[in-house]
Design a protein around this ligand. Structure first.
Ligand SMILES: C[S@@+](CC[C@H](N)C(=O)[O-])C[C@H]1O[C@@H](n2cnc3c(N)ncnc32)[C@H](O)[C@@H]1O
Ligand SMILES: [Zn+2]
Length: 273
């Protein structure tokens, strides 16, 4: 709920603390409406992007709710084991991974930071101890300096300077990125966008001024998917835009069922450098 995460938030205009009385408000009088669906938009200006569409978010929710990426959620929760107080997820999507981390610790509250309204609507009801906040990963995050014990970043944009600012000195940043082997069978069969071979190394380099690697684990497992699962999997990622829904449907229909493929990601825990 929003009230639980307010102590960790800051006004996007002036940086002051926030309180809730119908509206979310700062001491200097800046006010922000709470959406009917329970999230608050703390964007300070114009968003740099609109984020995932309604269709992409629905596809992501269907795929994740079916439990296909449960091993990734477990690996994220394990990497976030030291979390106390507030856990923030940048580019949280539907709040799936953040909810898994909150489930693992009854004293934790979660902050889903997202730009896409369809994702914020779902994240707001993903967990009873989760607050969903609209903001732009490329701007100043509406979060108090040093307020966050663990930050999550799962297949999402990251802003090293801001992640460094909001994390406590002993905080942990958990980043999940796909390896080149991720869904490799589908990349070939369906013509999906492939993962650059040096993605994991480049992300460590990108975070290097602020963070250093603490632990790093490959999480790899087989998937046996229905055609509907594969359509969701394609629909939740960037490839759907490139191929087009109709062509995706045709290519998926031609595959033997169940469709077997491999999920392969690297889960890295970073500490402040
Ligand atoms: C590939 S999805 C991953 C979502 C979630 N972490 C998951 O793995 O299920 C990337 C997410 O980042 C969000 N996003 C993209 N650009 C953003 C930005 N500038 N600020 C905040 N969120 C952004 C998208 O709307 C989308 O929900
Ligand atoms: Zn203010």
């Amino acid at each position: 709920m929003l009230a639980d995460v307010l102590p960790y938030l800051a006004c996007p205009h002036c940086g002051a603390g926030l309180s809730l009385d119908g509206q979310v408000r700062c001491a200097r009088g800046h006010g922000f409406d709470v959406a009917r669906q329970g999230y608050v938009n703390l964007l300070s200006g114009k968003a740099s992007v609109s984020g995932d569409s309604v269709e992409m978010v629905a596809a992501r929710a269907a795929f994740l709710d079916a439990g296909h990426y449960a091993p990734i959620a477990q690996a994220v929760a394990a990497a976030a084991a030291t979390a106390t107080g507030c856990v923030a997820d940048l580019g949280a999507g539907t709040g799936h991974y953040l909810a898994a981390v909150l489930d693992a610790g009854p004293d934790r509250v979660g902050l889903a930071l997202e730009i896409a309204k369809p994702a914020l609507r779902r994240a707001a009801r993903a967990h009873p101890r989760l607050g969903a906040v609209g903001c732009d990963a490329w701007g100043t995050l509406p979060v108090r300096a040093g307020a966050i014990s663990v930050a999550l970043n799962v297949f999402a944009p990251r802003n090293p300077a801001e992640l460094g600012r909001i994390l406590a000195p002993d905080g942990v940043l958990v980043v999940v990125v796909p390896t080149t082997g991720h869904l490799a069978e589908l990349v070939g069969d369906l013509g999906l966008l492939s993962v650059a071979p040096d993605k994991v190394r480049r992300i460590a380099e990108q975070l290097a001024p602020e963070f250093e690697v603490s632990t790093q684990d490959v999480c790899e497992f087989g998937l046996a998917l229905s055609h509907a699962d594969v359509r969701s999997l394609v629909g939740m990622g960037p490839s759907a835009w490139h191929i087009g829904a109709e062509a995706v449907g045709e290519r998926v229909a031609a595959l033997p069922e169940p469709v077997r493929t491999t999920a392969s990601v690297v889960v890295t825990a970073f500490r402040r450098a």
